[in-house]
Structures are given as structure tokens and as C-alpha cells.
Design a protein. Structure first.
Lengths: 576, 336
């Protein structure tokens, strides 16, 4: 893994670094925001639902406590009136109470045996009520008010009003004897239902009321009448408190609470689907934002990395080319200015290398050519035959000393031509080489020319191009010797001034006119094969080796002389 | 690194040894009596436990919410003074579900509710007993002989003419005290005529107003004032003094029942101000509910539950497995 990371290119590293860094920040801030908002939302759902539940409970409690208050205040009158045996007046009180209350349907008082003592209704009563469930309930625990399940009122046969029966054991006084009776207050269920409709619990939101034994009392959707519905099961699980539940794919916040004085449990099912969905929607939105941010980031960092990486890659390819020896192509990059500067420097460098390389190459080529030419010249069979013929002729004339001299010169000449120790040699050696040549040619041309060598002592050790003098001397012999004139002179001299070393090859002869000189000079400059290969080779090698200041000069006077001067800079450092 | 882990573990175990929280849920700390009660509880405390008081703000819904939250913390015990004693059935069911023991105090749940769960207890005073002791006080006042009442039977008819100042109609204590004080007297052979039962909601000022009215209606027919609590009794005494039914003729600060105008007033609770009035003989007597003793018994029971001791050996009898009764005491001149 680490190795893989180390192997990455600059662009990849930048890309990776940017991606990791920024996406970590984005991810962290995303998680943080999500958590903050979500915890808030959950808290909000919980607290809002609880508040709604409390409000609903409060509504029912105040509604029911009205009934209890009525019952409590009636109890006092019951004691008073029963003591006076004034049951009719009690009935009247009950009737009036029903009349002023908008939710009480019946009020009745029974003795312990279940017989009616007083009632708000006088018609349709039956003789005994002890078998009724609400009656039995009231006597089971005399301390508290009992709330029955909703049922059709059964005090009389006159109406089919749906009621809750609230019963309580009360003190009645009969013949100064205190005993317990039962007070019945029937309240209609209409207002109960209205109360549940007052609160907006959302779609499918509903209220369920169960008694202490988890038996059905009421539900606002009328779903649970048969005691088996989902809601009742949930309430039995929760018992008390709040929970988020999913019912029929709908998020509901369920709160179970008690209703004071009643032993009833009331559950509100509040639809929080919208909030939950909004929450989910927000989650999706955040995820989308996150993904698109990462995507945009990826694109941006890709291009950023590319901007740095591409010039580098171009440069790399270019360097690879150079490695393979291609100096011709130039690199052109745009982008970071550092990289551009680097590319420019590379171009300059490659140009320079290319120049140097080609210089070396040409020089090598020229040298090889000269070398070859020299060899060719020297191995020229005519040169050798002629020389050998001359030696034979000398031998036949018993000029043994001359034979010896000629053979020694020939041998020295060849040795030096063949040796390939170095490109440059001391002037002394080169002079020796041409002297041998001249000696041989003297013998061959039967002393038709004479030569003198005049070299300044201080230039003897000066380095010169090997085999550079011989072609000039060869020229001087070929062009300088008139067959009719038995005697001619060739002079070789070398001297230097402050800047240059001059080597002169002088020959008497016809001379060359100025136009011819110009023609020769032109020929030297132009890359064109010509007969005068020797001179041209020397000229080119001079230029290659010493640079532009080195030169070949031709000086001539018609019918007098021709002088070729090799001009070599003294101080210039040798080119590599 | 290892050291850090060890340190953290030590810290964790140290945290684990923090005393267990025992919540005390008070129905309303604005009720002076319950505030006092709560303070006594926290002061006494339980070893290795921290009592944390929660105020129900006189709302069962708020208390339900507190209970729901607390039960989610898997606490071993709750001390609950319920706002609505009938709501206890849901609280008990919920506690049973969580296997959390629960001690109710000051407001008694229905027996059927307590019987649902063997770890539900009620520590309290029996309202019936307070009424019986109040009746004893009245008997003493009239000479302890049902057949021959003393001079405080002003009209000499051998019947006690009484007015009752009753607490909230429907309130369990009010109902029980009112019922049993008369029942006890009758059972002991006394004849009692209740001139009127006036509702004064346990309140001093209402007690004063009701008593003023009763004096106007019944005047000297009243032989004894039976009050469901001391606060209403104090209000009644104020009315009696104002209407000159009770006069300190010789201005010695005390009332001489034998020689100065006086009507017997009996209360229940043993408030400090009632004790003051007792000393000056304005109040004949009261029945004290010793809240200090009650607090101690609650905390002792809590401690036993936390330590999982066998409650069969508990110092005070646990009646029917659920009830711990703390006795009332009579306080009067004769029983200081």
C-alpha cells in the first residue's frame, strides 16, 4: 500500500490529497449537521407530541372533573335531603342539574338494594337496578367514582342516548341512620367525541381510551370496538409514556397517559409522518449535496492536478526522447510558470547539446574522410610506384646514399600517416612529415625543386591538426613545378604573433589570378565536392576545430609565386 | 498506553461506585407540607444512595412523564407521592414491567392496584385511625362517659351537637375522617347530632369563613367543632374569637374553659401553630401525623429494598404485603 502511494505521480498525489482532505471535512461537517438537525427534529417530534397529548389529557380531565364536581356537590345535598326524607326535592334538584348541564343525561340516586330514591326522570324507570354493571361497580369500591364503558343509557327506556355512567357510593341518611346509596350520573358521549375532534392529530391520528384493565372505552376512529386492533396492543406495550411507532407505514408518535380521577388510560396517536418524511427527505438532500460536492471536488482537483501533471508528463516524455538521442524536437508546455521555465531551460539545453553533438559528429566525419584520403593518397600505387621507380633508378646509378635517404623518408612518411595516436600533433612532427614527403617528391621529380623550412623556435611545440600541412604542400608541388624549369623553390615557414600561429607554404610558379583565388575561396566555403579535396578538407577541419577565427588564406602574384597561409588562433581553447 | 487504559478502567469503576439514584416524586413541592416532607427525606437520606426530588407540579401528566423517563434508566426503586391516586394503576403496571420497586407515600393507591405487583408498597397513616383518635379526644372532652356528658353538653340533652369542617368533597382523607369520627363516637355509645358539615377545602381562610357563617346560623347550639385538619381549625378559632364565642376575659393570654366562654375545637395534623393554640387552650386537641417518623420508615424500607433484605423481618409490620402504617398520636393538654 505504502509502496503504491510512493509510486504515485505528482498529479495523482495532489488529486488524492485534495480528495481525502476535502471529503473528510465535508463528511465530518455533513455528519455534524445531520446529527444536530436530526436530534433536534426527534426532540421536536417528542416534545410537540407530548405537549399535544398533555393538552388532550387536560381537555378530558377538565371535562370529567366537571362531572366529578357535580357529583361532589350533589353528595352534600343528598345527605341533607335524605335526612329530611325529602326525595322529591332531591329529584327536582337532579332534574334542574340535568337541565343546566349540556352533557348530563340522567342523575339518579339508589339505595343499597338498587331501588330508585330520586331521579331526574320520573317516567320509564324500572323497579330495581342492582343487576346493572355500573351499580355493581359503584358498590365494589365506595371511595371512588366509577366510569363505565360507553353504552346506551339504561335508566329509562325513553331514549337511545349513548352515555358513560359515572357512579359513586354516597352517604344517605335514613331515619337518622347513615348508610350507603349509589349516585348515578349519565353523561352523553357526544361531547367526548367532539373533544377528540377538536385536536388535530394529523391523518390517521387518533385517540384511544382504555380502562385500568386495558379494556376498550373509546377510540376516535371506531376501529377498536372489538378489542382487537393494533392500537390497543401498542398501548398495552407502552403502559405509560411516549414512543415512536410505525403503523401501516405511517410514523405515529404514541403517548399513553392517565386521566385523573378515572383509572382510564388515554393514548394519542399523532401522525408525525410528514416530519419523519421531511427528515428522510433532508437526509437524501444532504446525501445528494455531499455526493455532488465530492463529484465537483473530484473534477476540480482532477483539473488542478492535470494542470500540474500534464506539463510534467510532457517534459518527462521529452526527456525520454533526449535519452533516446532525439535532440530535434522542442517541448512546448503551458501551465505553471515554474514548469514553463523548466521546459524553456530544457529546450536551450537540448539545443546546445544538439549543436555540440553535431559539431563532434561532423568533425569525426571530416577526420575520418581526411584520414581516408591521406591513406588513399599514400597508398596511391602511382605514388608508391613512382617513388619505388625513383629508388630503383637511384640504385641503378649506384647512388646508394640517396636510396637510403629515400627509403628512410618513405618509411617515416608512411609511419606517420598510418599512426592514429591523436588528432593533433606538435607542429614539429607535422613538419617532419611534410619534409619526408618533400624528400620523396624531390627524388621523384629528380631535384626539379628545392625546399626550405623555416620554423620559429617558439612554435615548434605548437599543436596543429594532424595531416593538415601535407595537402598544402602537395598542392604547392603540383601547381608550383613548371616542367620546363629545372629549378623551383618551395618554402615552408611558421611564426606567430599575439593572436595567431601562421604556417606558410610558398611556391614559385605561375601564380594564380585573383578571380581564380576568389573561386577557390568560394569553393572552400560551399559544401560541394570538388577536385581540390585536400585544400577543402583542411579548411573545414580548421573551422571545425578552432572555430571561425581560424582560416586559410591564398596570396599570389602572377608568374611569381603562390602562398597558402594557415591561420590558427593561439589562445583559443581547444573545442572538446 | 496500558497505563491510560488502566486509569480509564479505574475511572469507570469509580463512576460505577457512585451512589444509586433514588428518585423522590413529589406531587407538588409548592404544597408546604410536601415541601417539608421532601426536605426531611433528603436530609435523612439513604446510605449509598442519592435521593433526587422531582416536582410533579400538581399534574399527573408531568409526573407520568417523569416516571416514564426514570424507568428507562433501570433504577431499582422509585418513591412516589402520586398526584392522582387513581393513576397509580398505570404507574404500577409500568414499574412491574421494569421490575422496579415502588413505594407510594402520602396518597394511597387503590388496594387492587397495589396488589397487582408484589414490589409495590404504601407507607402512610390510616385516615381512619386519625378519625378514631379525634373521636377519643372528643370523648375525653365530654367526660368519657357516654351516658352522662359533662358541662360541655351545654343544653344538657346528652347529645353532642357538632359542626364539621370538611376538607375537599370527595377527598379520601376528608371523607374518611368525617365518616369515622362520627362512627367511632356512635359506636362508643355517644349520641351525636351533626348540625352541619361545611366544606372548607382544608383551607384556613375558608375554615374561618365557614365557621363565621355556622356561628351566625347555630350560635350557642354548637358544642364542638370537628375539623378535618388543623388549618381549618385555626381558621375556626379565629372566627370563634372574633364572634366572642371564645373570650379571654381576664386577658392572661389563656382561655379557661371552665370559667371563660369557650367551644372545643379539635383538629388533625399537629401543625406548629396548632400546638401554640393548644398551649393557650384555644384548641382542645389535635391528632399528629408524625411526618418525621414516616420519613424514617419510608427511607428504612427503601434501604431494605435496595439491599434486597428479607422484608418479613422488617421492623414495622408490612400489612398484607403492601402497607406500612405509621400511627397517629393524640396531642392535647392531657396528652402533651
Amino acid at each position: 500500500m505504502l509502496k503504491k502511494i510512493n509510486d504515485l505521480s505528482i498529479g495523482q498525489s495532489i488529486f488524492l490529497l485534495l480528495m481525502v482532505f476535502v471529503s473528510t471535512i465535508v463528511l465530518l461537517s455533513g455528519i455534524l449537521t445531520y446529527r444536530l438537525i436530526f436530534v433536534r427534529t426527534d426532540d421536536l417530534i417528542e416534545s410537540t407530541s407530548k405537549e399535544i397529548n398533555k393538552q388532550v389529557v387536560l381537555n378530558y380531565e377538565s371535562y370529567l372533573s366537571n362531572v366529578i364536581d357535580t357529583s361532589n356537590s350533589l353528595q352534600k345535598y343528598i345527605v341533607d335531603y335524605t335526612k329530611q326524607n325529602n326525595y322529591n326535592q332531591l329529584s327536582e334538584l337532579f332534574t334542574n342539574s340535568v337541565a343546566i348541564s349540556n352533557n348530563i343525561v340522567n342523575i339518579a340516586l339508589f339505595n343499597q338494594q338498587g331501588n330508585v330514591l330520586s331521579a331526574s326522570q320520573q317516567e320509564g324507570l324500572i323497579s330495581n337496578y342492582s343487576n346493572f354493571e355500573w351499580f355493581a361497580q359503584a358498590t365494589s369500591n365506595p371511595d371512588i367514582h366509577h366510569f363505565s364503558k360507553p353504552h346506551i343509557q339504561d335508566l329509562t327506556h325513553l331514549t337511545n342516548q349513548q352515555v358513560f355512567s359515572v357512579t359513586k357510593s354516597v352517604e344517605i341518611i335514613n331515619d337518622n341512620q347513615s348508610s350507603l346509596g349509589v349516585l348515578l350520573i349519565d353523561i352523553n358521549t357526544d361531547e367526548f367525541i367532539q373533544l377528540s375532534n377538536q385536536t388535530n392529530l394529523g391523518d390517521q391520528g387518533h385517540i384511544v381510551i382504555l380502562d385500568a384493565n386495558n379494556e376498550y372505552i373509546y377510540d376516535s376512529l371506531n376501529e377498536c370496538v372489538n378489542q382487537n386492533c393494533l392500537s390497543i396492543g401498542i398501548i398495552q406495550d407502552i403502559i405509560l409514556g411516549g414512543q415512536l411507532q410505525t403503523i401501516n407505514n405511517t410514523s405515529m408518535y404514541v403517548n399513553v397517559n392517565t386521566i385523573t380521577h378515572t383509572r382510564w388510560k388515554m393514548a394519542t396517536f399523532i401522525n408525525v409522518n410528514e416530519i419523519t418524511q421531511a427528515k428522510n427527505q433532508m437526509f437524501i438532500n444532504m446525501a445528494l449535496i455531499f455526493i455532488s460536492m465530492i463529484f465537483i471536488l473530484a473534477i476540480v482537483s482532477f483539473f488542478f492536478a492535470k494542470r500540474i501533471n500534464d506539463p510534467m508528463n510532457t517534459l518527462k516524455r521529452y526527456i525520454k526522447k533526449i535519452e533516446k538521442g532525439d535532440f530535434d524536437s522542442h517541448v512546448y508546455v503551458s501551465g505553471q510558470k515554474e514548469v514553463v521555465a523548466l521546459a524553456d531551460a530544457f529546450n536551450t539545453m537540448s539545443d546546445r547539446i544538439k549543436m555540440l553533438m553535431s559539431r563532434v559528429l561532423i568533425e569525426q566525419k571530416e577526420k575520418r574522410k581526411t584520414h581516408f584520403k591521406a591513406l588513399q593518397n599514400q597508398i596511391n600505387p602511382h605514388f608508391l610506384y613512382n617513388t619505388l621507380d625513383s629508388i630503383v633508378w637511384l640504385s641503378e646509378n649506384n647512388r646508394n646514399a640517396d636510396v637510403e635517404k629515400a627509403i628512410i623518408a618513405l618509411s617515416k612518411f608512411f609511419r606517420m600517416s598510418i599512426s592514429s595516436e591523436s588528432n593533433i600533433v606538435p607542429l614539429q612532427d607535422e613538419i617532419e612529415h611534410v619534409s619526408n614527403y618533400l624528400l620523396i617528391q624531390q627524388i621523384r621529380y629528380q631535384n626539379s625543386f628545392d625546399f626550405t623550412i623555416n620554423i620559429d623556435q617558439d612554435v615548434l611545440q605548437h599543436k596543429v591538426l594532424k595531416l593538415s600541412l601535407q595537402p598544402l604542400v602537395e598542392n604547392a608541388i603540383i601547381h608550383g613545378i613548371k616542367p620546363d624549369e629545372s629549378f623551383n623553390e618551395i618554402k615552408i615557414s611558421a611564426y606567430k604573433d599575439e593572436h595567431f600561429l601562421y604556417i606558410e607554404v610558398f611556391n614559385q610558379g605561375y601564380g594564380i589570378d585573383q578571380s581564380k583565388i576568389a573561386e577557390i575561396m568560394h569553393m572552400l566555403h560551399v559544401e560541394k565536392e570538388s577536385t581540390s579535396m585536400g585544400l577543402k578538407n583542411v579548411y573545414q577541419r580548421l573551422k571545425l576545430y578552432y572555430g571561425p577565427s581560424a582560416d586559410l588564406l591564398i596570396e599570389s602574384e602572377m608568374d611569381e609565386y603562390t602562398k597558402v597561409i594557415m591561420k590558427i588562433p593561439v589562445h583559443q581553447k581547444e573545442l572538446p | 498506553m496500558k497505563k491510560v487504559i488502566v486509569l480509564m478502567l479505574l475511572l469507570l469503576t469509580a463512576c460505577g461506585k457512585e451512589p444509586i439514584e433514588v428518585p423522590v416524586l413529589i406531587y407538588d413541592v409548592n404544597d408546604a407540607y410536601m415541601d417539608d416532607y421532601q426536605r426531611r427525606m433528603v436530609e435523612a437520606g439513604i446510605e449509598n444512595a442519592k435521593l433526587q426530588v422531582y416536582d410533579g407540579q400538581h399534574s399527573q401528566t408531568i409526573q407520568n412523564e417523569q416516571i416514564d423517563t426514570l424507568l428507562q434508566q433501570d433504577l431499582p426503586l422509585l418513591l412516589v407521592n402520586p398526584v392522582d391516586r387513581l393513576s397509580a394503576h398505570a404507574i404500577i403496571q409500568k414499574a412491574k414491567e421494569n421490575d422496579t420497586a415502588i413505594i407510594f407515600f402520602n396518597r394511597e393507591p387503590l388496594q387492587s392496584d397495589l396488589e397487582m405487583y408484589d414490589k409495590a408498597y404504601y407507607v402512610g397513616a390510616d385516615a381512619k385511625q386519625s378519625a378514631q383518635l379525634q373521636a377519643t379526644l372528643i370523648m375525653e372532652m365530654f367526660g368519657n362517659n357516654p351516658n352522662e356528658l359533662n358541662k360541655f353538653d351545654k343544653n344538657k340533652d346528652q347529645i353532642i351537637q357538632a359542626v364539621i369542617l370538611k376538607g375537599q368533597q370527595g377527598h379520601q382523607d376528608a371523607e374518611q375522617r368525617t365518616k369515622y369520627v362520627i362512627e367511632t363516637l356512635i359506636q362508643a355509645g355517644y349520641q351525636v347530632e351533626v348540625l352541619e358539615t361545611a366544606i372548607a377545602n382544608f383551607d384556613e381562610h375558608e375554615g374561618y369563613q365557614q365557621m363565621s357563617r355556622l356561628i351566625d346560623v347555630y350560635g350557642n347550639d354548637i358544642e364542638v367543632v370537628i375539623s378535618n385538619n388543623d388549618a381549618m381549625a385555626i381558621g375556626a378559632i379565629k372566627a370563634l374569637v372574633e364572634k366572642e364565642m371564645m373570650v379571654d376575659v381576664n386577658n392572661d393570654g389563656n382561655i379557661d374553659a371552665d370559667n371563660e366562654p369557650w367551644i372545643g375545637v379539635v383538629g388533625i395534623d399537629g401543625l406548629d401553630r396548632a400546638i401554640e393554640l393548644l398551649k393557650t387552650n384555644h384548641l382542645y386537641g389535635t391528632v399528629q401525623n408524625d411526618s418525621q417518623e414516616m420519613v424514617e420508615i419510608i427511607l428504612q424500607l427503601a434501604d431494605w429494598i435496595l439491599l434486597e433484605k428479607d422484608l418479613n423481618d422488617f421492623e414495622t409490620t408490612i400489612d398484607q404485603g403492601h402497607y406500612v402504617w405509621v400511627d397517629y398520636k393524640i396531642i392535647s393538654i392531657e396528652h402533651p
